[in-house]
Design a protein around this ligand. Structure first.
Ligand SMILES: NC(=O)c1ccc[n+]([C@@H]2O[C@H](COP(=O)([O-])OP(=O)(O)OC[C@H]3O[C@@H](n4cnc5c(N)ncnc54)[C@H](O)[C@@H]3O)[C@@H](O)[C@H]2O)c1
Length: 337
């Protein structure tokens, strides 16, 4: 029998793409999303409408904070793999709205763990973030590095989620993979993230705000690379066994592992903007600002463990990735005019 997946945050950027690939492979996907209004809800509805065209997609507009309602979803369906992507995302918003992060990321994840603790789940996969590496100076970030100095509420709630999932994995023997994603971009991307905001403002002739005077860099990760790696990791189930003969992050006391998924190149922000300007054929009006509270200056992903596990790593060229985003964006804006 084919697996039935629960994807939380299925109407979000990553959840949409992941649900799509699962449906295309013939799996049943139970999508749960609260359709929060953190950013334009129409974009979430548009993604969800596309998914709903597939009869194997069943959607519930529910909030993970509402445990009873989520419990009912599990009672209705025979779910054997859970991919938990729902979260209150965003670093800067977490400084001004911390309660949303505690509720969504900590209480929401805790509720999910409480519901699944007694099920015979094949695999639980959770989305964490490169932001948990916080103030770490050692580059590139590696899974076994200490990650104890988060500098935003977003990052500390994600780190908390990682920790709670570890103890549930230990006590209830839940095979768990925690992903640390690095700045994901591509079609159907998030309006609160740099590429979307920059593209929109440059096309409209408005200023773009460049933090830390442009002295930042990121392991930008193209969405298809991310999804292909997640897809492979679904069937790489951490079990109570010996760690791999490399720098594996497998826990010594639980079937639990953390894996980075990040672009294989660290791109300076000004280079990123320059590629976007060339793609749009417009010079951006630039407003240089100081480093924003909560932001880290640099992220860089060590993908050795990922490559070892999946045999692939994110390689899409940044120029190609930006081009694919811009094409999608122009098309989407025309459709919604
Ligand atoms: N996009 C990135 O660059 C990136 C980087 C690192 C980590 N992540 C993590 O990956 C996951 C997916 O991110 P995304 O970029 O698709 O974000 P997104 O905001 O597009 O998707 C998250 C979805 O979760 C839903 N949601 C939020 N709180 C909820 C709740 N309490 N109950 C039910 N649904 C809820 C939202 O409505 C949204 O549709 C998140 O956990 C995020 O923290 C993303």
């Amino acid at each position: 029998m084919k697996n039935t997946f629960l994807v939380t945050g299925s109407s979000g950027f990553i959840g949409y793409h992941l649900s799509n690939i699962l449906l295309s492979k013939g799996f049943k996907v139970i999508g749960v999303d609260a359709l929060t209004n953190y950013y334009d809800k129409n974009l979430k509805l548009a993604r969800n409408a596309l998914l709903k065209k597939n009869k194997n997609y069943i959607f519930y507009e529910e909030n993970l904070e509402n445990k009873n309602q989520i419990q009912k979803v599990f009672q209705k369906h025979n779910i054997n793999i859970v991919i938990h992507l729902a979260a209150q995302a965003g670093v800067r918003y977490s400084i001004t709205n911390p309660d949303e992060y505690i509720n969504s990321n900590i209480i929401g994840t805790f509720n999910l763990l409480e519901i699944i603790k007694n099920l015979e789940l094949q695999h639980l996969l959770l989305a964490s973030t490169s932001s948990v590496y916080g103030a770490n100076q050692k580059m590139p970030f590696e899974e076994k590095d200490k990650a104890d100095h988060q500098i935003s509420t977003y990052a500390s709630t994600k780190k908390s989620m990682e920790l709670i999932s570890h103890n549930y994995s230990h006590i209830y023997k839940i095979p768990t993979t925690v992903f640390r994603f690095f700045t994901v971009y591509g079609p159907w991307g998030r309006p609160d993230m740099a590429l979307f905001k920059f593209t929109k403002n440059i096309i409209q002739g408005k200023e773009i705000e460049i933090y830390n005077n442009g002295n930042m860099s990121r392991s930008f990760t193209y969405i298809d690379d991310l999804i292909n790696n997640i897809y492979k990791l679904i069937s790489i189930i951490p079990l109570d066994s010996q760690p791999l003969n490399i720098n594996d992050s497998l826990s010594p006391v639980a079937p639990w592992r953390v894996v980075n998924i990040g672009g294989n190149q660290k791109i300076p922000l000004m280079k990123f903007i320059n590629i976007l300007e060339l793609e749009l054929g417009i010079n951006a009006k630039k407003k240089f600002l100081d480093l924003q509270l909560g932001d880290v200056i640099e992220t860089s992903s060590n993908n050795k463990l990922l490559e070892y596990l999946t045999g692939i790593s994110p390689k899409t060229d940044i120029k190609k990735g930006i081009k694919l985003f811009v094409n999608w964006y122009k098309n989407y804006i025309n459709l919604t005019k």
